[in-house]
Design a protein around this ligand. Sequence first.
Ligand SMILES: C[C@](O)(CO)[C@H](O)COP(=O)(O)OP(=O)(O)OC[C@H]1O[C@@H](n2ccc(N)nc2=O)[C@H](O)[C@@H]1O
Ligand SMILES: Nc1ncnc2c1ncn2[C@@H]1O[C@H](COP(=O)(O)OP(=O)(O)OP(=O)(O)O)[C@@H](O)[C@H]1O
Length: 286
Amino acid sequence: MQKLTLPAPAKLNLWLHIIGRRADGYHELETVFQFLDHGDELSFALRDDGVIRLHTEIEAVPHDSNLIVRAARMLQAQSGTTLGADIWLTKVLPMGGGIGGGSSDAATTLLALAHLWQLDWDEDRLAALGLSLGADVPVFVRGHAAFAQGVGEQLTPVDPIEPWYVVLVPQVSVSTVEIFSHPQLTRDSLPLKMRPVPEGNSRNDCQPVVEQNYPEVRNALNSLGKFTEARLTGTGSCVFGAFPSKAEADKVLALLSATQTGFVAKGSNISMLHRKLQSLVKKSSA
Ligand SMILES: C[C@](O)(CO)[C@H](O)COP(=O)(O)OP(=O)(O)OC[C@H]1O[C@@H](n2ccc(N)nc2=O)[C@H](O)[C@@H]1O
Ligand SMILES: Nc1ncnc2c1ncn2[C@@H]1O[C@H](COP(=O)(O)OP(=O)(O)OP(=O)(O)O)[C@@H](O)[C@H]1O
């Protein structure tokens, strides 16, 4: 049987400001998302009996709670299709790392199944469904680096420089809920339009609380910070720093390898999922 194999890339929050809290407890953010050329991989095969089956287990994530299965079932229910799918996952991205692994898996599933099931769903509709699975899902559905507002769903495409990053992966999982409910979290940063220019876009408001509660993250920030400006992505645990070339990034990771785990990846303003989908469309219309 023919399989459709697609990537599910990671994201970084290049900076992240929390400007308020909504009545439902969700936080209003301003952040810039950029993708990495590094991620999970998913394969999909059509089933005509309506069953959604994920063949790869993730430890501590029950089949029915996996964002891949939830995304597939939701799309199936809302589109009314009678088709199903077999799905295989190669998990590369750390969980609870703030690089959006689960959200990206969900977005890849939505785009892959919309294609396999030949649904006439546009990106707006898929992004709206994605938002009900998680605040980070819409940017992966859209596939373009973006300035995000709201809870992360109001997206304006941007094109920041695309450096090479060292991403350190502290061996600890940070709970997004725990950080967003922390009493000491900064929740009153000024919105971009009211911010004085010198204040810039130079921080992640989650970082002080995460550093304080997770020594492994503090340690990673200090280690990478000796070579370049190091910052937390999302609610962590991963931290990143930018370098002008792969050689320099590789060198720094090698120097840190005795005490840190991590990887080197290129920043990308068009996600590798969308690059792959575009090449499939080109091939099929050639
Ligand atoms: C931190 C970021 O990764 C930055 O991109 C995202 O805002 C988090 O996105 P996500 O992992 O998709 O988060 P969700 O699964 O939607 O939310 C997990 C939990 O985080 C809190 N949460 C999340 C997003 C947000 N803007 N405000 C929040 O307060 C809520 O308690 C929510 O129950
Ligand atoms: N396919 C999946 N991959 C990873 N985690 C999943 C998946 N499905 C459900 N989860 C659950 O979602 C939680 C968060 O996973 P994820 O990898 O998205 O974290 P994250 O990188 O911190 O995300 P974010 O940056 O969106 O906060 C996991 O701890 C896990 O319980």
